[in-house]
Design a protein around this ligand. Structure first.
Ligand code: DLZ
Length: 300
């Protein structure tokens, strides 16, 4: 399963590194998890500061690229605001004599968009653009985002079939942490088996301390007497807890014919269903907030 894509951009100097981090932070990019590697030999220290965007594309171009000479192409909404922020950042830098910055005016392109380019540091050029038609490239629907920043989650994980459920748990944590959740805002609760998940999920949801509850378990038909009865009750109980408490619950309880099938769904061949359950929880928590905000705004 492909999860994400990272473009590594080596910088020319520590000063350029600091300038670029400052520039991308000023624009409101969500920071990822940075790293600092101590030197293994003299002068070999390194550091990285990732910046996250909700969508990423890898695009190969045969012929003339849409923005020749730029190192990075960033799609935005509210291009004029981004232009102002970039301009202000450059003005601060040029006032201190730190950089000799360049920024172009916003211009129309031949591909139905508006665009400007900026050089936050010499030799590194970024193009920002947005569609001229505001609905192009935008989903005309209320949708949750995949940012887990400032959100709290509870994960209820069954110990039965731990070889599978521990993998689901790792997948779920991976999705939450990559999406900006903080470890201190994730509560992991272990229960004996899937049967115990619904009651615990409900108890956690009723505290109203969590934006969403993630449930993880694994039922294997071949090894489970009363498989259908357990499965139906677990699914019903988790669904009912979600409806009664109004807190989103994501369903990461695998129902498999064999252990091999379960392993495939826990990261071997068919993705990691724990990762997917956590991603669904983030999206639903975000949607939940948006709907609540919309309805409070329409009442005001
Ligand atoms: C008893 C049982 C069985 C046979 N199989 C499973 C299973 O495949 N997956 C699972 O999560 N739990 C199983 N359990 C345990 C029950 O969910 C429950 O924990 C016990 O019956 C104790 O209430």
């Amino acid at each position: 399963m492909i999860k994400g894509i990272t473009f590594i951009r080596p910088v020319h100097s520590p000063a350029h590194f600091d300038e670029l981090v400052s520039f991308f932070s000023a624009l409101g990019f969500e920071p990822g998890r940075g790293w600092d590697e101590p030197p293994r030999s003299p002068g070999s220290a390194s550091r990285g500061r990732p910046f996250l965007a909700p969508l990423g594309n890898l695009e190969f171009v045969d012929g003339i690229p849409p923005t020749p000479g730029t190192d990075l192409l960033i799609e935005v909404t509210a291009l004029d605001t981004i232009h102002q922020v970039a301009q202000r950042w450059l003005e601060t830098k040029s006032a201190t004599g730190a950089v000799g910055p360049h920024i172009t005016a916003i211009e129309d392109t031949h591909w139905k968009s508006r665009l400007f380019t900026v050089q936050p540091v010499p030799g590194f050029s970024v193009a920002f653009w947005e569609w001229q038609n505001p609905f192009r490239g935008k989903v005309i629907a209320l949708e949750g985002d995949l940012s887990a920043q400032d959100m709290s989650f509870a994960i209820v994980v069954a110990r039965w079939n731990a070889v599978i459920t521990e993998r689901l748990l790792q997948g779920a944590l991976d999705a939450l942490l990559r999406s900006g959740a903080q470890r201190k805002h994730i509560e992991i609760v272990r229960v004996p088996g899937s049967w115990e998940i619904p009651a615990t999920a409900r108890q956690l949801a009723e505290t109203h301390k969590f934006d969403a509850i993630i449930t993880l378990g694994c039922l294997i038909r071949g090894e489970t007497a009363h498989y259908e009865a357990i499965y139906n009750e677990v699914a019903r109980g988790i669904g009912q807890s979600q409806q009664d408490t109004g807190i989103p619950h994501s369903f990461g309880v695998l129902t498999c014919e064999t252990l091999e099938q379960a392993l495939d769904r826990a990261g071997l061949k068919s993705g990691n269903k724990g990762f997917e359950a956590a991603a669904a929880a983030i999206e639903m928590a975000s949607l939940h907030r948006k709907i609540a905000q919309e309805s409070s705004e329409s009442r005001a």
